[in-house]
Design a protein around this ligand. Sequence first.
Ligand code: SAM
Length: 259
Amino acid sequence: MDRNDISAYWDAKAEALKTDPSATMKDVILRSLEIEAIGRRLRETDDLLDVGGGNAFAGIQWAKHCRSVRVVDFSEKMVAYGREAVAEAGLTNVQTERGSVLELETFAGQYSAVSCIRVLINLPDREDQLRGVDQLASCVAPGGRLFLIEGLEETFTAMNAMRETMNLPAIPLDWHNTLLPKEALEQRLERELKIDERVDFGEYYYLSRVLHPLLVAPDEPTFQGRCNQEARRLWQAGTARGRFADISTLVLYVCSRPE
Ligand SMILES: C[S@@+](CC[C@H](N)C(=O)[O-])C[C@H]1O[C@@H](n2cnc3c(N)ncnc32)[C@H](O)[C@@H]1O
């Protein structure tokens, strides 16, 4: 697996799905939770840099919560469809352009908010993943925040262990993904930033990845099935917040740079 294969993969996804939210994640309900989790935390005065923002689907929604959004992505096609979506939405406070999470020097210290969702897991090399963390942190202005959502090795393994207990097969990792070890990620974040919150989607994982397949067997669960929709409502209500954190593959780190 190399970086060119991964870039070609995302170009092909953009060509196939264009401005659709599923272009960057099949589970569009989980994706909506990610967007909501960050959207709720944005401030009206924020200038947001969204790194690896794909076709700008999230950026367009966040533009309602902050002053401006700049979306950068490695894939030329994602950027092109992002530009189309921004024009269609008639927004003047969102721009999209090509850029790499490993080369953010021009944005150093400039943003009150920086977001990055499921991008570092596309870097096959651990050292590059951690360099990506440094690059993201470097863009955060004093008093600003980084919203980072990545997949963790430990929680993915725990989720699959739970499935196996219920005689469900383990979910394979996509060929282009390399999950991060929790401790290494957190240590690297804490070199520059303070971790203020860890927001998990554990109850959604429990209901969508464990209960849902059991309920519909022998059929396959669908991403937009009833169970996942109710799981979204449960997550939004927050009634079980944190209780399934250890099986939440994706975790939102809310980090800040002191003034
Ligand atoms: C899983 S998608 C996530 C997209 C978006 N953040 C979202 O919330 O759905 C990964 C995105 O990262 C982009 N990407 C992959 N490697 C990258 C890199 N080195 N720098 C910037 N973007 C990259 C891909 O083109 C793709 O759009």
